[in-house]
Design a binder for this molecule. Sequence first.
Ligand code: AMP
Ligand code: MG
Length: 426
Amino acid sequence: MSQNDTSSPGMNRFLSVSEVQKRIINDTKAVVGTEQIALRQALGRVLATDVIATFDTPPCDNSGMDGYAFSSKELSSDINEQATLTLKIAGQSFAGHPYNGEIAAGEAIRIMTGAQVPDGVDTVVMQEHTETPDNTPGEKTVTITNIPKPFANVRKAGDDLTTGQTFLSKGKKLSPTDLAFLATQGIAEVKVSRKLRVAFFSTGDELRSIGETLGEGDIYDSNRYSLYGLLKNLDVEMIDMGVIPDDRQAIEDAFKTAADLADAVITSGGVSVGEADFVKETLEKLGQINFWKISMKPGKPLAFGTLGNSLFFGLPGNPVAVIATFYQFVQPALKRMKGQDIVLPLVIKARTTELLKKRPGRTDFQRGILTQSDSGELTVKNAGTQASHVLTAMSRANCFIIIPAQSGSIEAGEMVNVQPFDGLLS
Ligand code: AMP
Ligand code: MG
């Protein structure tokens, strides 16, 4: 755990987003614990061990085409590309029904895609490059009208995987292709990191849960819903602890319960300056927490540290700030806790089609709409009012436009950094 910044002389210093990301990632370790699960259940889970091929795949040489297989020895040097070659058809090899006989000089066999290429032949000509003239009974021949190169159209055993090869590594999040890849090796179960348990709650006397009546000055708690969605996409076990009032004892109890139950605890609200001191006090009493001011907009304040055995994230209260800080800090840390190898969100370049207003100071995470033009160029525009309590633009947006701290407004036509949401969720 890094030094508690609240007691250091630099406590009023603003930290950059990347500095905070670095600190958080450094302080985050993969959770201990694995489980052995069936292949289908493993989709989206993170491998806890390397997976090694126990046999070659494909297991045998097989045909890449429907056609005829013959020996490259038939292709003597005096056969030029225009010449034809006529061979006797000795038999056939179909997928799942290999040819078991001998193949003599001057012979070919009929072969289908995926069918075993038997000993004695090594080259396949595609059907479209052959003719089968009306053969006399018992004397079937094939004439190759377009001579292939030696060894053409044969998929070699071990082309994809060779015995002993590590083909999926620990830390890989399993994709649909990976399920297929494991299936080619006949693997029915894999060892994955256990699911993370993440507890979260909202703090604030003004917050009501859905179903309750709003009193004067009250608002509905929406942060637990964005957090639910964001966590759902990370495939974690969630413990939703509801709304906790701004009350010393209630806060302390909630923090203790959450830390007992979960690998990570996420709260929203109560980390800005001017908040009732006991939130901070309680966290300092119960855990090892840093209170950071981050040079980003939205999302200036963030509390991060450990609470018992769990990692703690105290996010700001404003709904857009919750989502922005989750993407930048919580998601990379949770991925790391899951044992996943790729953790930081993807950033790409796009051309802004309009003026993006900004004052120099903090790094902006503006809500944007990223579009691809017919010519393939990526362009981006503002998704609406850029205020941290306004969900309208956040809902319309499909990306954050990241504008560096020192930058002022960006003119239309300039290139900007963009973080697409979909890329963030993988
Ligand atoms: P705080 O960080 O507690 O000072 O909250 C900052 C702003 O976010 C205030 O306007 C709060 O009312 C609002 N806010 C805090 N928590 C939530 C929540 N769970 N849902 C919606 N708004 C919230
Ligand atoms: Mg509050």
